[in-house]
Design a protein around this ligand. Structure first.
Ligand SMILES: Nc1ncnc2c1ncn2[C@@H]1O[C@H](COP(=O)(O)OP(=O)(O)OP(=O)(O)O)[C@@H](O)[C@H]1O
Ligand SMILES: [Mg+2]
Length: 469
């Protein structure tokens, strides 16, 4: 057993969004490093300006370094932000000239260029700018170092803002990509949906090639389905031809057997045991009936060679079939009658098959009705391009539970009288459907017995006698 497979849509979206998400993660990381770099560049400049301002105020007087602190420069750092600022000026021997003690230095680095580094001071993360300059006095020169440290909360806030903006932008882009892909795939797969319904709506008999407009990628799939249908059609045709040929071949030997049995029965003497021959004749009649039904079925199926599509006067046809069955009805003391009908019920189809359809219904009505009961063939006036014919009897009826199954081939409910082969109603439905009609079972007159109703599309012949030859 295999598990439920992923839909094509989920696969495509996963394939697209997975790499895109990885790319987005990489872009967020790049945005972070870029933001840190930019924030440092911007804030380091201010930090350096403050350190330079302090350095300019360092003077060497009487051999001592002195600083006139430019508080404005330091306020530039602290007033506009939440950050704290620390500074110190160190003389050439490492002694503190002014400012805070203990600001970390970059050990071992002595350069005239300003240097910047991150450090921790008094429990804060700080960024330090360090500057080494020389103060000139009358007695000589002395080197000094200025360090300005600033806490980093403002820089972090800036980085956070830039990265959050990047994340929001990327999430929106990913969501849009997902939605566009979803809509695109739905649109792209629509032809597959119509292919699916074209296959689902096909009757099992219809093996014509599929003619759906599908994208090039699905063309080969449709071509394989069509080739399979063509092969199926061919093998079905072969099977039908075989059944038709076999039934045809069986007809002559059965007719011969029947004649021989009749001859034996005719020449039998009163003292002879006629029983086995009478039974044999019965069996031959049943076999002949089965062969006839099989032949009709083979003709009724599509590709079976039937279906001359010609205008048929359906009222005339129904009356003729009813008349032909009167002798059989009389044998069983059944009163077979024809009701209703108006000229104008013209059906386009095959007269022989339409006759077979009605004959099977009348045959059933007579066989499954008690003696001295009525069977009526009722033809309604054509209405709404449809003609309705009902064959009603007053027999035992068909139980509701069996009504769906009696149309199956060879199905006979338990207790059905011997003689039939269970093909009659299957033939009726096949012929009705092949003529674009439908058949259904109803209760007979006054809720007793059976009424089989057939609806067929008809072309009105009112005022058009030319339709009928
Ligand atoms: N008018 C009816 N009244 C009662 N039962 C019926 C009627 N028509 C059909 N049936 C039931 O439905 C079954 C199937 O009918 P169907 O005509 O398909 O086959 P059959 O009459 O048994 O054989 P076949 O018609 O091939 O000789 C019958 O065996 C019978 O039990
Ligand atoms: Mg029958």
């Amino acid at each position: 057993m295999t598990g439920r497979s992923w839909s094509l849509r989920s696969r495509l979206i996963a394939w697209l969004l997975l790499p895109l998400s990885l790319l987005a993660a990489a872009m967020v990381a790049a945005a972070y490093f870029n933001a840190v770099y930019s924030a440092n560049r911007a804030y380091d400049r201010i930090l350096l300006a403050s350190a330079l301002a302090i350095a300019e105020r360092v003077v060497l007087e009487d051999g001592d370094l002195d600083v006139d602190l430019p508080y404005v420069a330091l306020e530039m750092l602290s007033s506009s932000t939440q950050d704290r600022v620390f500074y110190q000026v160190i003389d050439g021997k490492g002694g503190i000239v002014t400012g805070y003690r203990g600001i970390p230095n970059l050990a071992g680095v002595v350069t005239n260029e300003p240097v910047f580094f991150n450090a921790a001071y008094r429990g804060f993360d700080v960024r330090v700018a360090e500057l080494t300059r020389t103060a000139r006095g009358r007695q000589g020169n002395e080197q000094f170092t200025v360090r300005v440290a600033q806490t980093t909360s403002e820089r972090r806030r800036l980085v956070r803002e830039i990265v959050t903006g990047a994340i929001i932008g990327l999430v929106i882009v990913l969501a849009l990509v997902g939605i566009i892909t979803w809509v695109g795939i739905t649109w792209g797969l629509a032809p597959l949906g119509s292919l699916r319904s074209a296959i689902l709506n096909r009757s099992s008999e219809d093996l014509r090639p599929l003619a759906t407009n599908v994208p090039r990628e699905v063309d080969s799939l449709v071509a394989s389905i069509n080739s399979l249908m063509a092969r199926l059609d061919e093998s079905l045709q072969t099977m039908r031809r075989f059944i038709a040929d076999a039934s045809h071949q069986l007809k002559s030997p059965l007719a011969g057997l029947r004649t021989q049995t009749e001859v034996i029965l005719k020449h039998s003497k009163p003292e002879d045991d006629r029983g086995p021959y009478l039974e044999l004749r019965q069996l031959i009649l049943r076999a002949s009936h089965l062969v006839d039904q099989l032949l009709t079925m083979a003709r009724a199926e599509p590709g079976g060679g039937g279906y001359a599509k010609e205008p048929v006067d359906f009222e005339k046809l129904a009356k003729n079939v009813t008349m032909a069955w009167v002798p059989r009805a009389l044998e069983k003391a059944v009163d077979l009658g024809f009701e209703g009908g108006t000229r104008g019920a013209v059906v386009r189809g095959d007269p022989t098959l339409l006759e077979e359809m009605l004959a099977n219904l009348i045959d059933n009505a007579i066989i499954y009705s008690p003696e001295n009961s009525d069977v009526t063939v009722n033809l309604g006036a054509p209405w709404n391009d449809q003609v309705v014919i009902r064959v009603e009897d007053a027999g035992k009826g068909i139980p509701e539970s069996e009504r769906g199954r009696v149309f199956d081939r060879f199905y006979r409910p338990a207790g059905s009288p011997a003689g039939g082969c269970g093909l009659g109603l299957a033939i009726v439905r096949e012929i009705a459907e092949q003529h674009g009609g439908a058949v259904r079972l109803l209760d007979g007159k006054n809720g007793k017995g059976t009424s089989v109703e057939i609806r067929l599309p008809c072309i009105s012949a009112a005022g058009r006698p030319d339709i009928l030859q």
